[in-house]
Design a protein around this ligand. Sequence first.
Ligand SMILES: [Fe+2]
Ligand SMILES: [Fe+2]
Length: 289
Amino acid sequence: MSAISLSGMDGIEFATALQADNATRLVPLVLLCDEPTKRLDAIRAGASAVLSLPVDVDELRARVGALSRVRAVTSELESAQNVVFALATAMEQKDSYTEGHGERVGMFSRSLAEHIGLKDELVHAVQIGGLLHDVGKIGIPDRILNKPGPLTPDEFEVIKRHPVAGWEICRHLRSLGDATLHCIRNHHERLDGTGYPDKLPDSDIPITTRITTICDVFDALATARAYKPAFPTETCFKILREESERGWWDKELVEAFIEMMNERQLFRAINRAKLKPLFARPPAPPSDA
Ligand SMILES: [Fe+2]
Ligand SMILES: [Fe+2]
């Protein structure tokens, strides 16, 4: 099996090693196989194509050409994704209060998804959804985003556009699945249907989006913003429980979140330097988190 032998690895081991590393998992790999029974193993290991020995040179050339074209398109898509991640970072840096917010919401979301036993694919989806959930704020004027006083109804309407704006930015990225896009568009929905932008009922809010919402609300409560102080962790838990009693958040998921945070002590991830109170208006509802 295989024309490749590196450090004693055969072709299947080499393909497996490439797949295991994010830096190389998209590199096209053609394996040459002299045992028909191993063709399936080679494909399962991540080979982009498997050719039989003796090799037909014209077929090999054609396969390599086709895979190179696919790789070029994939690289463009990866670049587009990098631009969106850069946008999310740039957006957070517009406001020192929210710096690291997306990263923490992504980390909390991943941990909660793991804690309740979601499959790996959904764990990844909520981590990326958390990271990018507020990317739509990039289009909100700083004077509104960082306003230390109460927002006017018109200003709040502008803030409320950010989930759809973020979804519009991200929906063209094929690497983001439906679960992640839903987290971005619908992280301000409430189970009683009073959230935004789509006023979704309980039955239309998947577990992945519920996770993003709870982690987002917690981080907004636990850190200082231009309009509110940072609340102690226990106060944040109490508010989450009260709001779940009110019908906003998933009660069981809030309890699982609190259990996970206590087990993993993740609240230490919040940058204590950002917790100083510097605020002029009374605490706002977490709906503009
Ligand atoms: Fe948001
Ligand atoms: Fe947020």
